[in-house]
Write a protein that binds this ligand. Structure first.
Ligand SMILES: [Zn+2]
Length: 284
């Protein structure tokens, strides 16, 4: 599932490809992903609009479009869900089977493809109001983090997945950050010492930053049709090397030796999600 770094890398990739392009026509093939307003109203609103910006908030993509006769740009909110992909495809190419929404931009189509249809492309921005601070933004301080954790009744791993605490952290980077901070995923959030909070605050930011840097430097196939090696949410480009083993230290490594101490990495279920951790390095 895509998390903050994957969305950030996608935003950086799409921004120069979309800005300045106009939407000539809109095809909604899966109304479920549009939610509100109706597919017909979405199509009518976007027709003729021109992309003027693209930003990220948590795991959401925020497309800004200008319409003739409107002073303020509108925001089209995208979410990849579990399996969503967004990419440009030459208009003459055949659309993929699971194309949910297609915006024709002239010689290219902007395709939102989603095999499981948990993704969204909508004008409804209400989900954004519930998001906590951006982990890489100035508003996310160690002090605010400590205060939020001290009020929590949950264990730290489960708490980290709450998007109202931190926007954009998911299962992979929560496990990786706890490993880097040397904190047991089962520790109640309010029991973290101030030294642990400080370490975790640094760890969350550094694992996200490094993942963005990794995704920004390796060649990717955003349509996901290339060979999948788990390197990144997107497929790797043809002929690109496999960096997977080096990138993730605990996630999806159950039974394999910890890179720091050699102990076998463990997998446990927490709130229905897999957590991976080193029982020796993450004892406290
Ligand atoms: Zn270890």
């Amino acid at each position: 599932m895509p998390e903050l770094p994957e969305v950030e890398v996608l935003v950086r990739h799409l921004r120069p490809l979309l800005i300045g392009r106009s939407v000539r026509s809109v095809r909604v093939q899966r109304a479920k992903v549009v939610t509100s307003p109706s597919a017909r109203r979405l199509a009518r609103t976007l027709q003729g609009a021109r992309f003027c910006g693209l930003a990220r908030r948590g795991k959401y993509l925020l497309f800004k479009l200008r319409r003739r006769g409107h002073a303020e740009p509108l925001t089209l909110v995208g979410h990849l869900g579990m399996t969503g992909r967004m990419y440009l495809l030459p208009a003459r190419d055949r659309l993929p089977k699971h194309a949910a929404v297609v915006l024709n931009l002239g010689r290219d189509n902007f395709v939102f493809e989603d095999t499981r249809y948990f993704g969204r492309l909508t004008l409804d921005g209400s989900a954004l109001a519930r998001l906590g601070p951006e982990p890489l933004g100035a508003g996310f301080t160690a002090q605010a983090f400590a205060a939020a954790l001290s009020r929590s009744q949950q264990v730290i791993k489960v708490r980290l997945l709450d998007q109202s605490l931190l926007a954009g952290v998911g299962n992979i980077y929560a496990s990786e950050a706890l490993f880097r901070a040397g904190i047991a995923p089962t520790l109640p959030a309010r029991r973290l010492t101030s030294a642990q909070v400080q370490r975790l605050w640094h760890a969350v930011r550094s694992v996200l930053r490094e993942a963005i840097a990794c995704g920004s430097t390796v060649p990717l196939n955003y349509a996901g049709q290339g060979q999948r090696d788990g390197l990144f949410y997107f497929g790797k480009a043809t002929g690109a090397p496999d960096y997977y083993e080096e990138r993730l230290r605990v996630y999806d490594r159950a039974g394999k030796p910890c890179a720091d101490c050699g102990t076998a990495i463990k997998r446990v279920l927490q709130a229905g999600r897999s957590t991976f951790f080193c029982p020796r390095c993450q004892r406290a």
